[in-house]
Each structure stands twice: as structure tokens, then as C-alpha cells.
Design a protein around this ligand. Structure first.
Ligand SMILES: NC(=O)c1ccc[n+]([C@@H]2O[C@H](COP(=O)([O-])OP(=O)(O)OC[C@H]3O[C@@H](n4cnc5c(N)ncnc54)[C@H](O)[C@@H]3O)[C@@H](O)[C@H]2O)c1
Ligand SMILES: [Zn+2]
Ligand SMILES: [Zn+2]
Length: 398
């Protein structure tokens, strides 16, 4: 089959690789019909995620048709059309039974990314996200093996186009979890840092939950303009406004917002010092967006962090957070928890995540998709890839 493989920083390729096979009784083989490139893939693409091996297949946002099932699979059948959550969860462990699926203790044989790990078990495995997260082959491919198929995949009713539901795999639950964690509700004020796909899904979710005032900070004017038109956000361009948090405070009666959402993560732009120190490996992350989020949030408010962080940040103003009595929430999304309710919202016409798509490419064009998305060219917001070949090559196993 064809798949998008990683080789080194900025070197990904569409190659012919062996087809996946069933390995465990709860596995399914999925024929991919749509798959997307995530901002998290860009961390890998830029060579910032350790534990990658040459030839690893990327991709964790995908859906398709069940092609083959293991003997222990009871929840889906051959021929079902399903969306698959990016985190792999067993459904039975301590964390899964508390609906903390991304903390599943049974699906990641890798080390995970905690620096001060001691004996703690690794959290959930993830598709296409390095050997730290289990080394599972990803779904930017024609086929993928999906483990724990009784827990993850959600069957999609006939008649809904792929692109309406594809983002249930990651960014829609991620944006939604971020605002739920931010305790956003009717009348809330929110500041969202980052107007990428995750920030946009957070804005859509904040609107859904009744937020009143939504600030959005980025420096890509085209992304802010889209968010303003689609979700009625108040745009703040940090190329023009030196200190967005200061402006947000002035516009919230000198208190700050109820919740800030950091949808940027550890590659945040804006601190030349941190960028240099990070390149020298003296700093783990850029804390720019996180510091802005802490500064923009009112006393007693929440800083909710869906953006990915790795390692340490020296300039983390925890004293300010303490003084303001802030709460923090973060982490990989417990995708399985939110997929059913968000599918309902899509069916009811309350959410239209597909409106953020700007680029529809074939899988063969995936390398160009990475380049455009990474460089924010052609006003790119989100790239969806469609494998060109629709006929099955796995009939032998049927
Ligand atoms: N927690 C999860 O489970 C989860 C799931 C999906 C994505 N993510 C993470 O969410 C983050 C965003 O993903 P995305 O797909 O939207 O990526 P993206 O790269 O398209 O968007 C990030 C945006 O942040 C902006 N930005 C950079 N520095 C900034 C700053 N200092 N202040 C404000 N904005 C700034 C960029 O201009 C860009 O528009 C990534 O870190 C990604 O890994 C996490
Ligand atoms: Zn993702
Ligand atoms: Zn589990």
C-alpha cells in the first residue's frame, strides 16, 4: 500500500510499504477514506519529537471502512464506516474506567514523554506518534491496523460526508475538551491563543457552550479573519499588538478572562531567547503562549492547555498563577469520551467542523500538504488527504 513515511526533519515521503495485518484479536484493518494533517504532525515534521524511526508511518486523524476484523471484535463489523480516535485505549484499566482514555495504562509499550518518570506507567499509545507512544503505524496511508477496536472506533450513520465527521478523530474533541476544562459556559469570557485548527475548534466549542466574549490571538491575519467571520471572535494579531494579554485585560474591566486556552504549545513564537535556548537544548519549550495565557486570565480562572508541551520551561511564572489562584488543565485529549456527544451535535447541525478545511489533496500529494500547512502558505487552515485507490487489496483476508 501507499503511506506517508517519516525519514528525518522536513523529509517525509509517500512510499510503498507492506499492508498492515491483524495482530491481536481486538484489531481491525481499516481502509482509509479520509485522513488529515494535524498541528501535532508538524512537531514531528520539524524533527522536534524524539523516538521517530526512518520509515515510520505518520497520521492520527483518520476514518474509513472496516476491511477485516479480529475474532474478539464485537462493536464493529466488516463494511462499517468508522472514525477512529487518535489515542488508543483498552477500556478496562483504572484510567479508562474513569474516562481518562488518553491515560490508558495498557496500550503504550513505549516510554512516554515524562522526564521525571520514576516508575509511573506510560499513558495511552497513539497512532503515528513515535516510539515513545508505542510506535503504532499511522493512518496517512491506504490501510491501517486499529487495535482495541471495541473501545475506539465510532460508527458513522450513512449519508454523512467524510469531512463532516473526520475531525471527531482529534481536533474537534480536543477543542471541546479544552473549553470544557476551561469551565466555559453561558456568558463566559475566553482568550484562545493560536488560530490553528485546534484554536478554531475551541472557538466553535466555546460558541456552542454559550461563551459571550472570545478573544483570539495569532499572527496569521488570514486565520484570524476566518475565525472572526465563522465564530465572531475578537482578533488580536501579535505582530501588531506587542502584549495581547495587556489588551485583553483592558477589555475585560481590568480583570482578565474567565478562561484562557493555549492552543499553540511548545513551539510558540515570540521569544527569541527561548527559541535560541531551545535550539541549544538548554530549554525544553517556548513558554510564550503559556505566559500570555497566565497573564490574560482573571483571578480564580482557568488556563486550559491543549497545545502540546514537552520537557521543562524556565520562564514559567508559577508565582503569578498562585497569586491569581489559577487552575490548570492540560494533556492529550480523552477523545473516546467526547466523540458520541459531538457526533450528535454534528447530526443536529450545531457543529460544522468541516468549514475549516482549505486543502483537499490526494494521499500522493501529502508531501506538498505538509509543506503548505507548515509554512502557512495558500492561506492554509487544514489539509485533508484522500487515498486515491478505493478498491480493496486485502480481499485475501476477507
Ligand atoms: N492535546 C491534544 O490532544 C492535542 C490534539 C491535537 C493538537 N494538539 C496540539 O495543539 C497545538 C495546535 O495545533 P494546530 O493543529 O492548531 O496547529 P497549527 O500549527 O496549525 O496552529 C498553531 C497556531 O499557533 C500560532 N502561534 C504561534 N505562536 C503563537 C503565540 N505566541 N501566540 C499565539 N499564537 C501563536 C501559529 O501562528 C498557528 O496559527 C499543537 O501544539 C498540537 O500539537 C494537541
Ligand atoms: Zn492531532
Ligand atoms: Zn485503559
Amino acid at each position: 500500500m501507499k503511506a506517508l513515511t517519516y525519514h528525518s526533519a522536513k523529509d517525509v515521503r509517500v512510499e510503498t510499504v507492506p499492508d498492515p495485518v491483524l495482530q491481536d484479536e481486538q484489531d481491525i484493518i481499516l481502509r482509509i477514506t479520509a485522513t488529515a494533517i494535524c498541528g501535532s504532525d508538524l512537531h514531528i515534521y520539524r524533527g522536534k519529537i524524539p523516538g521517530m524511526k526512518s520509515g515510520d508511518i505518520l497520521g492520527h486523524e483518520f476514518m474509513g471502512v472496516v476491511e477485516d476484523v479480529g475474532p474478539g471484535v464485537t462493536k464493529v463489523r466488516r463494511g462499517d464506516r468508522v472514525v477512529v480516535p487518535f489515542t488508543i485505549a483498552c477500556g478496562d484499566c483504572f484510567f479508562c474506567t474513569h474516562t481518562l482514555f488518553s491515560a490508558c495504562e495498557n496500550t503504550n509499550p513505549g516510554r512516554g514523554a515524562i522526564l521525571n518518570k520514576k516508575n509511573v506507567r506510560s499513558g495511552a499509545g497513539m497512532f503515528g506518534y513515535s516510539h515513545l507512544y508505542g510506535g503504532y503505524a499511522g493512518g496517512q496511508a491506504e490501510f491501517v491496523r486499529v487495535p482495541k477496536a471495541n473501545v475506539g472506533p465510532v460508527v458513522i450513520p450513512a449519508g454523512l460526508a467524510d469531512e463532516k465527521v473526520l475531525f471527531l478523530s482529534d481536533i474537534l474533541p480536543t477543542g471541546y475538551q479544552a473549553v470544557v476544562n476551561g469551565r466555559v459556559g453561558p456568558g463566559s469570557s475566553v482568550a484562545i491563543f493560536g488560530a490553528g485548527p485546534v484554536g478554531l475548534m475551541a472557538a466553535a466549542s466555546a460558541r456552542l457552550l454559550g461563551a459571550e466574549k472570545i478573544f483570539m490571538v495569532d499572527h496569521h491575519a488570514y486565520r484570524l479573519a476566518f475565525a472572526q467571520q465563522a465564530y465572531d471572535i475578537i482578533p488580536i494579531n501579535f505582530d501588531e499588538v506587542d502584549d495581547p494579554a495587556e489588551l485583553i485585560i483592558e477589555q475585560t474591566d481590568f480583570r482578565g478572562v474567565d478562561a484562557s486556552i493555549d492552543a499553540v504549545g511548545f513551539e510558540a513564537k515570540g521569544s527569541a531567547l527561548e527559541t535560541v535556548l531551545t535550539d541549544l537544548k538548554l530549554e525544553g519549550s517556548s513558554g510564550k503562549a503559556l505566559r500570555q495565557a497566565i497573564a490574560a486570565t482573571r483571578r480564580g480562572g482557568v488556563v486550559s492547555v491543549p497545545g502540546v508541551y514537552a520537557g521543562f520551561i524556565h520562564g514559567f511564572l508559577f508565582g503569578d498563577a498562585f497569586e491569581k489562584g489559577l487552575s490548570f488543565a492540560s494533556g492529550q485529549t480523552h477523545t473516546q469520551r467526547f466523540m458520541p456527544e459531538l457526533l450528535e451535535k454534528i447530526l443536529e447541525g450545531q457543529l460544522h467542523p468541516e468549514i475549516i478545511i482549505t486543502h483537499r489533496l490526494s494521499l500522493e500529494e501529502a508531501v506538498r500538504g505538509y509543506q503548505i500547512f507548515e509554512k502557512k502558505q495558500e492561506d492554509c487552515r487544514k489539509v485533508v488527504l484522500t487515498p486515491g485507490r478505493s478498491d480493496s487489496v486485502l480481499e485475501a483476508s476477507a
